[in-house]
Design a binder for this molecule. Structure first.
Ligand code: NDP
Ligand SMILES: O=C1OC[C@@H](O)[C@H](O)[C@H]1O
Length: 410
């Protein structure tokens, strides 16, 4: 019962977060809030930035650009955004706005490269949606430019900032369960949640399940094992409806098996339209299971742990098998459990903080030259793209088409 009450309370607070006064908002102060601009009136923008910004005292979502003027204005009105850009030049006008410090790029995957490059050229820090680009080569160019310009570029692997996944990593790294033997990551959404017309099913927008969902599962495998795969043993793409996947090159679902150092085997299963299972009803399958020599750890709902998650640890090392479950909504819990270091200047979080709110905390810490609790590095993003491409190659449908954009000559 108390779990249910906490769940309802968390959900209420997620969507009605205590709004923080932007107390350090004085224009004269060098600590004026960081002004974000959003490229596109994207479906994900409210969860990923607008709601988290409400409870962050140092962030203002200041502008949005959308191709259609009415859509842009409506979005701005709904979310209390003061500046609106629209039309065919709207995205660029937003980038040229000198009052904007950082840009959130939630455009379709294929456009991540072009608009992140343009944002960096305009001198803005960028939070770019996952997967960061269509190819590893593009990701490399994006980070090269960010570094050259002295700007921050972060791929929005929001789940990495939540204490639940970090607790799993701490358990594995502690040696409590011995060496990792295998890891299995699943992220499947039932049919009907993603429409056939969605950007995720458009090859020319960087679509495909391995791009959209596989990037998370692959990232979690690499993160938890602290390694890159050594090979893709197998990769099987599944078509949308009765299409020929080798012709459309759009994977509605992907199953892949990877080899990692020290004989670790990883499997990933992702699906944008999983056939319905009614008994019991299973609208999503989202979990990670890591088997070790002395036990195993499972995390259910690793991408949305704030709503609900189960972290189950089975220890088979002693004479008896012991099982425990943990709930890790904020870093305070992690402190008590494992004494992990947490930067003194970074917040421990709240149990209602979404993964995106933890991510925003880290991004702002980085922008303010404070130490973020954790980070997704350049190498991490580039390597992830590299192995997504390798999975596509093994699956026989190839990387997603490169962006139609070239950096202007200097
Ligand atoms: N981190 C996370 O949890 C999530 C991340 N994502 C990522 O965010 C990105 C956007 O996803 P989502 O919000 O679902 O996407 P949407 O379908 O809402 O599209 C995002 C925006 O893309 C713009 N756009 C620009 N060009 C095109 C085009 N040719 N066709 C269609 N749209 C175009 C539209 O902008 P305009 O308003 O100007 O028309 C639209 O608002 C993806 O990269 C996805 O992987 C998505 C969901 C969750
Ligand atoms: O978190 C997510 O869940 C649903 C997906 O389709 C989306 O793109 C992803 O980022």
């Amino acid at each position: 019962m108390s779990d249910l009450i906490s769940l309802v309370k968390r959900i209420y607070q997620i969507f009605s977060p205590p709004t923080q006064p932007k107390s350090i908002a004085e224009e004269s102060s060098n600590l004026r809030p960081i002004r974000f601009g959003i490229l596109g009136a994207a479906n994900i923008a409210p969860s990923a930035l607008i709601i988290p910004a409400k409870s962050h005292p140092e962030v203002i979502v200041y502008a949005v650009a959308a191709r259609d003027q009415e859509k842009a204005e409506q979005f701005a009105r709904k979310h209390g955004i003061s500046k609106v850009y629209s039309g065919s030049d709207g995205y660029q006008q937003l980038l040229d706005d000198p009052d904007i410090d950082a840009v959130y790029n939630p455009l379709p995957n294929k456009l991540h490269f072009e608009w992140t490059m343009k944002a960096l050229l305009a001198g803005k820090h960028v939070l770019c949606e996952k997967p960061i680009a269509d190819t590893a080569d593009e990701a490399r160019q994006m980070f090269n430019l960010a570094e050259k310009k002295g700007l921050v570029l972060l791929e929005s692997f929001h789940y990495r900032f939540h204490p639940a996944i970090q607790r799993v990593k701490t358990i594995l790294d502690s040696g409590e369960l011995g060496k990792i033997k295998s890891i299995d990551a699943k992220l499947c959404l039932c049919a009907g949640l993603v429409k056939d017309s969605d950007i995720r099913f458009d090859l020319n927008l960087g679509g495909g399940a391995a791009m959209d969902l596989g990037c998370y599962t692959l990232n979690s495998i690499r993160y938890l094992t602290s390694s890159n795969p050594t090979s893709v043993i197998s990769a099987t793409p599944h078509p949308l409806k009765s299409a020929n996947v080798l012709e459309t090159k759009i994977d509605r679902a992907m199953n892949a098996t990877l080899e990692l150092p020290n004989n670790v085997i990883a499997t990933l299963e992702v699906d944008l339209a999983m056939p319905w299972e009614f008994f019991p009803p299973k609208p999503v399958k989202i979990w990670i299971e890591v088997k070790c020599e002395g036990g195993q750890v499972e995390l259910m709902n690793f991408v949305g742990p704030t709503f609900w998650h189960t972290l189950k640890v089975t220890n088979k090392a002693g004479e008896t098998v012991t099982t425990r479950t943990e709930k890790v909504y904020k870093f305070a819990d992690a402190h008590i459990d494992n004494g992990a270091e947490h930067p003194k200047n970074s917040s421990l979080g709240e149990d209602w903080w979404l993964t995106y709110r933890y991510q925003l905390e880290a991004l702002v810490d980085r922008l303010r030259n404070r130490t973020p609790q954790t980070w997704v590095t350049r190498e991490d993003s580039v390597d992830n793209m590299e192995w997504i491409e390798k999975i596509y190659e093994k699956a026989g449908i190839g990387s997603r088409p490169k962006a139609d954009y070239e950096l202007p000559a200097e």
